[in-house]
Design a protein around this ligand. Sequence first.
Ligand SMILES: O=C(O)C(=O)C[C@]1(C(=O)O)C=C[C@@H](O)C=C1
Length: 174
Amino acid sequence: MARASLCRPTDRKPPEHFTSPRIPCHTRRRDRAGAALLFLRLRESGSRRSRLNAEPTDAPGSRARGVRVPGAGHQSQTDKDERMAAITMEQQPAADEHIAGLRNRIDEIDAALVALWKERAAISREVGATRVAAGGTRLVLSREREILERFSAELGADGTQLALLILRAGRGPL
Ligand SMILES: O=C(O)C(=O)C[C@]1(C(=O)O)C=C[C@@H](O)C=C1
């Protein structure tokens, strides 16, 4: 989008009434004509461009907040907010139920992860003990690299961190 031109000419002295170098021409012209428009940011809407209307108005064709045009299908923001609140309240039990179901599954997954973590650590210790008992080394770094690369390929940097923790759980810290 083209940027609004600023009134301040670069090669001339600013006129006396000039106060701010950042106010666009059209805004200052309106101010001079006494047709000042107040744009306020309405916090609840997050809009910076909404024109403030304290009261609903019947101004034809206006799309400003709070405008009521009979038969034109417009709704005040209050009507919309109330409708949204009613819908939200209606949907709340279904949302709660859905979240409860999802949390059950999360709990199952967490329990499985903990169980698998413990099982893997026990197996890893047994492999190490077997190897050491047979005269081998406690660690096999080529195997660890292979595991780290697999986790990294699947999960990225987090996968690498996760694999390091999993390996440490079995063979202990390096
Ligand atoms: O696979 C092995 O040889 C293991 O000892 C298991 C394991 C692992 O936890 O995955 C543990 C230590 C080794 O350095 C490599 C891998």
